[in-house]
Design a protein around this ligand. Structure first.
Ligand code: R5P
Length: 296
């Protein structure tokens, strides 16, 4: 019997199959059903004791359902004696990595606790929202970077010239700088404030030298599109030529994509950590190349 398996979670069928194929690790079959009320039932018949199982499940919306599926599967496998390595391409709740207001729950800490309690021994994710979030986990966790793959795609597929890269808030500046440096473009910072009660976003920049430039707005997540839309407003005022939006996790909730188009964003791309119309960059090799470095 193989001593390593990939269990391709229901939220990440395509990506999981590709990762398993790249790693040449067999996938573990299971029976899966979502009842009309939203509850999930999973059945794994294979005996997997003493094996390592990579459970690959992204936790994009419906967030809690996908997270619960990951917990159910991981619990079962670890109870059966497998060593569970959770591969979570988009790790939900990573933005709530500290208490921003008194009384707020540090949700990522709870997710960490839940994963540990169902027996997860190791985690691999892609572009976690913040490095601080990693400290909330008591098991080894690694956040692989999708930046080189995204830059490669943009260079090959978007016809941009005289490029500047901006990150729309201070939190994403390190990733933005990395993107600009891999791209070989100049980097500019915009600062964002979000009203924690209403969620409304305000942007400002002391000096935005983008007249006539093509600008890439790079963020880890595009959710409602509010952040990118507000950044695009400033860039238009400052005379940018073309504006494109690039992110790792294109959650694109509700009418986010339409909002981005209306804001004059000419192209939007993301990775397949979250399946969507704009998920053009495949992160299977980003994940597989990290897993290959692991000795256990
Ligand atoms: C937050 O700090 C993240 O890095 C993103 O900027 C944010 O999640 C984007 O959300 P939205 O698209 O709803 O503005």
């Amino acid at each position: 019997m193989a001593d390593r398996f990939v269990l391709v979670g229901p939220a990440s069928r395509e990506l999981g199959e590709t990762v398993a194929a790249r790693l040449r690790i067999p996938t573990l079959p299971y029976d899966f059903r979502v009842f009309p009320d939203g509850e999930t039932r999973v059945r794994v018949e294979e005996k997997i004791s003493r094996s390592t199982v990579f459970v690959l499940q992204s936790t994009y919306p419906p967030v809690d359902q996908h997270l619960m599926q990951l917990l159910l599967i991981s619990h079962h496998l670890s109870q059966e004696g497998a060593k569970v390595h959770a591969v979570i391409p988009y790790l939900a709740y990573a933005r709530q990595d500290k208490q921003f207001l008194p009384g707020e729950i540090v949700s990522l800490g709870v997710v960490s606790h839940l994963l540990r309690s169902v027996g997860v021994k190791r985690i691999t994710t892609v572009d976690i929202h913040s490095a601080e979030g990693l400290a909330l986990f008591s098991m080894p966790i690694y956040s692989a970077s999708a930046v080189p793959a995204l830059v490669d795609h943009v260079k090959k597929n978007m016809r941009l010239k005289d490029v500047a890269v901006i990150a729309p808030d201070f939190g994403s500046s390190k990733r933005g700088e990395a993107f600009a440096s891999v791209y070989g473009a100049k980097y500019l910072q915009i600062s964002k404030t979000r009203d924690s009660a209403t969620g409304a976003v305000k942007m400002k920049a002391s000096k935005l030298d983008v007249k006539g430039l093509d600008v890439i707005i790079f963020d880890d997540i595009i959710s409602t599109g509010g952040t990118v839309t507000a950044a695009a407003g400033l860039l238009h005022e400052a005379g940018a030529a073309k504006i494109v939006a690039v992110c790792t996790h294109p959650l694109l909730v509700g009418d986010a994509e339409a909002k981005l188009r209306q804001a004059g964003i000419s192209d939007v791309i993301g990775t397949n950590t979250v399946p969507s119309r704009v998920s053009k960059v495949d992160v299977s090799e980003v994940i597989a190349s990290h897993v290959r470095t692991l000795t256990e």
